[in-house]
Design a protein. Sequence first.
Length: 255
Amino acid sequence: MEINSKEIINFATSPMKLTISIFILTLFTNQFSCAQMSFSAIHLNDIPYPKVRSYIDNQQRNTKFENLSELKPSCENKEDYNGFCTYKKRYKVKGDIQKVWETYLNASPTDSWKTRKSAVGLVYNRKSDSIIYSNDSNAKSQIGQVLFLDLRLLKGFYHLATAVEITDIQSETSTIEISYVESGLNEGKQWIIMNADDNGNTIITHTSSIKSNSRFRDKFLYPYFHNRVINAFHRKMKRSLNDISLDSRLEFTID
């Protein structure tokens, strides 16, 4: 039986074929949409920190977002931080920069941020569109991880929740960029940058640029409490360095 090529073309472009194609495309689109990690999929009872539970619930209510992927880092593509308060702290580690860098990069956020001053209640991985809880282990720090943190202030008498996202990791310059998530108390970024000095030590510079609706908070409260949180974080990393038998000594100096 001979088939006319025009008939094939006519069939491929027929209304029936077009309708079927649109139906299949719509089906796949709906399936993808349904597969996204939603706020309602979070088991709040699996988060042991009340402030983090309230923070996540309030974020969803205030933003009207349905999915975690809708969360955005603040100051995205921002280069000018005029009007922001900027703070720096430096730490000196007696150890090879490559080993120090790998230790920081390979640490699980749920473990590295678990200190006397902070803890991770939930991690959302933007790339895999998945979540892990505080008792779960995460392989390493990755771009696109959103950390919902419980901050323990005033010796644990007051707790504050916030969310930050790892927005960039540059191995060439040993830099980790962390952005506060939009709809939080403040906007801004943090950078952890490592450099080697002439004596073989690793100099870690932790820079924070932030802005909120309270200048008093930005100038006086934020640096006081923020320094204690990041000091505890870097002390935790020092212990990790000791665990891998690296001769390390952490010294605190303020710029």
